[in-house]
Design a binder for this molecule. Structure first.
Ligand code: FES
Length: 131
């Protein structure tokens, strides 16, 4: 079987496209995996009732309810790391939020951003989706 020059160039061109396609799939797969790892956090569900500050999160837990917020203040983004008088207090300009994330005192005007989570009852873990 004789291969023409044109046919040979077509085969080479197809191999080049295949090579770049494989590279693209590998890169996009790695990006997807990194995003999935970033967006999911698992912690043991052994927290006592009250407020807990974990990394970029505020976890409020009582007998019946657990709420999780991002700890960034909705005014200018300072990190909220303290509670007082039953409220969450921003150290920068004094905004106060209740444990539902609602603004009690400004200058912040938007509630804290809630974070989705679920319980894994079998493992007694909180799976937090903070991405
Ligand atoms: S950044 Fe929180 S009150 Fe300004």
């Amino acid at each position: 079987m004789k291969i023409t020059r044109r046919r040979f160039l077509d085969i080479i061109l197809n191999l080049v496209w295949l090579f770049f396609g494989v590279i693209l799939l590998k890169v996009s797969g790695k990006v997807l995996n990194q995003n999935q790892k970033k967006s999911k956090k698992v912690i043991k569900n052994d927290l006592a009732n009250g407020v807990h500050f974990r990394d970029e999160l505020i976890i409020y837990k009582d007998e019946d309810l657990t709420r999780i917020f991002k700890s960034r203040c909705t005014h200018l983004g300072c990190r909220i790391r303290q509670s007082g008088d039953g409220n969450l207090v921003c150290p920068c300009h004094g905004s106060r939020f209740n444990y539902y994330g609602k603004v009690l005192n400004g200058p912040a005007s938007s509630p804290l951003e809630q974070v989705k989570f679920e319980f894994d009852k079998m493992k007694n873990e909180l799976i937090i989706y903070d991405g």
